[in-house]
Design a protein around this ligand. Structure first.
Ligand code: ATP
Ligand code: MG
Length: 734
């Protein structure tokens, strides 16, 4: 068994309430011990806000001052809530509720529905956008796909800001919202949408909060029950609370002041959905007796990363900027942030994948690496590039790990094995526990090496492998523990939803990265139009974009890479410019304003290596001739909508061949060729090496290795040797 190289997932539980405070600095300690009255922590990224409130709850519980069941901790995402439950458990304070506003409200609503309203609670709408489309149709308004998404966003904004349809046009104008359609039309669709929901007896995500607020307002008996259950409230990421969430919080409190909030106005990134830092910044005037604590030591990032973060904020303007706190890194110096300019997006993605491979080869765990982008649509080109490079990645959050069928099944089997007696046999303790786990999970498809193929099989294996790693860590931390102890640990984790880390590079939007941290962070696509995003027009919207980039930068502990591409697709015109937010910060750029003391890093700007070698013209759809810009379409060599001339028999043969290759290599199938590349081959049916190498995803290395066999499959006969073909000499290595 190899010892895990990362920090143990099983730190010892502090043996006393005071020991809980040991890991805190004096200001954090002040937060943790201020258990009475209102508390507000205003502090920058990585200063330990989340750590301070988690320790505060744990200290209060361990010291017997707070009853675990009387505390409600609210965080922003399900993943953050899961992490907080995990941290609380490690500090010996399991049993405390840590939830999102939404899940806390949903639970209360489900509980009180029969008594407060009667009957069964309505179902939650699964496909809201679909319902908005139907509402549009009822009003005889046709919305295209992007309008539909934007109108849905407007309806959500109305609901969290408690704006009724009639008031929408005026409210939208007042807030300077970019309206996707005539506001009067949106108001009509909104009305029709609400009616449709009533007709169908369903409710949406926002209704959960609205209804809970309604019940608490109108039913004092229900409100009393909730208030006697929950006495203490803690809110993380309070800068992004919406008026509706604040209303709910006030109702929970019912005039009490047992609340602790933490936030950073410089990380306000949800204003567009109706959130506002006003509640955070105005906390002291609402609670003049509040304990207010500021934290400035940044424990997360190196001085190099912190310097860039401070530099970004020094250029910020507006309300949140007045409250910025300069960070002071507590860490050893590390590498300078890297800046890379690429010719086009696929090259940027390939370059990023290559760097990631280097980091992994240098010992960084894939789960300690993240690629963060502005919009989810950017993920595809990175998924493709990582797949091409054979790097495992994950898009999904880890919070539902214990709900996965294979994990539940594995849990049952391990429980059975433990019950069968092996688990309580002292001989099975220590290093034998992991071996036992491996033996049990082998029967469900776990193997020492990752299986060939991607998709469901691979996902399943990743889950089982995560359980095996967990068992390794567990045995290291508690050498005397038995299999039964491990099963008990898994049960506890399942109820706390504290998932082990699934091994893979994280792909996430900047918004979804809030509160999280990685050793290495890649901030990609940093061009004008993407960062700030084109539709950020007003100064306030641009400032929010700057804060979003600040959130991205401050996710990195050690390695930070920033990159952008001058054109979208290969051969396209290099019309793009690097983000204005990097002016004066990236090497060689003019410093904006005067007296900026945050000098640019010393690293210089790199040009993407592949960029210099790549000599591809624009890729055109081989059906309609349109110049292609989407990465997926470029791989396919046609528009997604253009008719496919797929040779299905050939596609099947290629897939079988790929499976065979992958099995021999002991690698996932996508390392041979991705699905898109295989599809393109089956559609193009290349007659020779030149045609084959023109297909995206077929570099010279792959052509050398697989060209003959693939061409033989395509032509149904033997293919000649392909190495040395002139048409491929310029193709970059992939
Ligand atoms: P964000 O604003 O991004 O949410 P945060 O202020 O909540 O950041 P945390 O996530 O609590 O910061 O802490 C950042 C990192 O610093 C974590 O890895 C945490 O464990 C570590 N850390 C915080 N305080 C200390 C401390 N006193 N000693 C050692 N490590 C610390
Ligand atoms: Mg935090």
């Amino acid at each position: 068994m190899t010892a895990p190289t990362h920090t143990s997932l099983f730190p010892a539980v502090p043996d006393s309430p005071d020991a809980v405070l040991d890991g805190l600095d004096p200001e954090q300690r002040e937060v943790a011990t201020a258990l009475h009255g209102p508390v507000c922590v205003l502090a920058g990224a990585g200063t330990g806000k989340t750590r301070a409130i988690t320790h505060r709850i744990a200290y209060g519980v361990r010291a017997g001052i707070l009853q675990p069941g009387s505390v409600l901790a609210v965080t922003f995402t399900a993943r953050a809530a899961g992490e907080m439950r995990g941290r609380l458990r490690q500090l010996g304070a399991g049993g405390v509720q840590a939830r999102t506003f939404h899940s806390a409200a949903l639970r209360q609503l489900q509980y009180f529905w029969p008594r407060a309203i009667g009957g069964e609670m309505p179902r939650l709408v699964e496909r809201k956008v679909q319902l908005v489309a139907e509402a549009g149709a009822r009003c005889r308004i046709r919305l295209d796909r992007s309008e539909l998404r934007d109108v849905t966003g407007e309806i959500e904004w109305c609901k969290v800001t408690q704006t009724v349809p009639e008031d929408y046009p005026a409210a939208a104008a007042k807030s300077g919202r970019e309206v996707p359609r005539d506001p009067a039309e949106i108001a009509k669709i909104y009305t029709a949408y609400e009616q449709l929901k009533r007709d169908r007896g369903v409710i949406d995500f926002e209704d959960v909060l609205l209804l809970t607020v309604g019940v608490l307002q109108e039913r004092p008996d229900v409100a009393d029950t909730i208030r006697s259950q929950y006495q203490h409230f803690v809110v993380d990421e309070y800068q992004d609370v919406s008026p509706l969430q604040q209303r709910l919080l006030d109702l929970w409190l019912g005039g009490r002041d047992t609340i602790c909030v933490v936030g950073d106005a410089s990380q306000t990134i949800y204003s567009f959905t109706g959130a506002t830092p006003d509640y955070l910044l105005g906390f002291r005037s609402r609670h003049p007796e509040a304990t207010v604590v500021k934290l400035v030591r940044d424990y997360r990032s190196t001085p190099q990363v912190v310097q860039l973060a401070n530099g970004l904020l020094s250029q910020a303007r507006g309300q949140a900027a007045q409250h910025r706190l300069e960070l002071v890194s507590q860490r050893e110096p590390g590498p300078e942030p890297g800046y890379t300019e690429y010719v086009d997006e696929p090259t940027e993605a390939e370059g990023t994948a290559r760097r990631i491979k280097e980091l992994i080869a240098g010992g960084v765990r894939p789960s300690e690496i993240a690629i963060l982008y502005r919009i989810n649509a950017q993920s595809e080109v990175y998924e493709q590039a990582l797949a091409d490079a054979g790097v495992p990645y994950q898009l999904r959050g880890a919070e539902r790990f214990f709900d996965r069928p294979e994990v539940r099944e594995a849990g049952l089997l391990l429980r059975g094995a433990a019950r069968a007696g092996a688990g309580s046999d002292p001989g099975m303790a220590g290093t034998e526990v992991p071996e036992h786990v491996r033996a049990v999970l082998s029967s469900r498809g776990w193997t020492a090496e990752a299986p060939a193929g991607s998709g469901a099989v691979r996902d399943r294996w990743e889950s089982l492998a995560a359980l095996v790693r967990l068992a390794d860590d567990f045995a290291l931390a508690r050498p005397e523990a038995t299999l039964s102890d491990l099963v008990a640990e898994l049960d506890e984790r399942a109820s706390a939803q504290h998932a082990p880390t699934v091994e893979g590079v994280t792909l996430a939007s900047l918004h979804a990265a809030k509160g999280l941290e990685w050793d290495a962070v890649f901030l990609v696509g940093l061009t004008e139009g993407m960062m700030p995003i084109t539709y950020a027009k007003t100064d306030e919207q641009v400032e929010e974009e700057r804060r979003l980039l600040y959130v991205g930068v401050t996710r990195a502990r050690l390695h930070l890479f920033l990159s952008w591409a001058l054109s979208r697709s290969p051969g396209g015109r290099a019309t793009r410019k690097p983000s204005r937010f990097l002016d004066g910060l990236r090497p060689g750029s003019a410093t904006r304003g005067t007296g900026n003391r945050f000098a640019a890093g010393t690293g210089g700007i790199e040009r993407g290596v592949a960029a210099a070698k790549r000599k591809r013209g624009p890729v055109r759809c081989r059906v309609c001739g349109r110049t292609l810009s989407e990465a997926g379409e470029i791989k396919l060599m046609r528009c997604e909508d253009c008719p496919s001339d797929l040779d299905e028999g050939l596609y099947e043969r290629l897939r079988d061949w790929r499976m065979e290759q992958a099995r021999e290599l002991g690698q996932p199938a996508y390392c041979v060729f991705t699905d898109k590349t295989l599809l393109a081959i089956a559609e193009v049916r290349p007659a020779g090496p030149a045609e084959l190498s023109a297909i995206a995803g077929v570099g010279s290395r792959k052509l050398d290795k697989y060209g003959a066999e693939v061409l033989a499959l395509c032509t149904g006969g033997d293919a000649g040797p392909v190495a040395g073909d002139e048409a491929v000499a310029e193709e970059p290595e992939k």
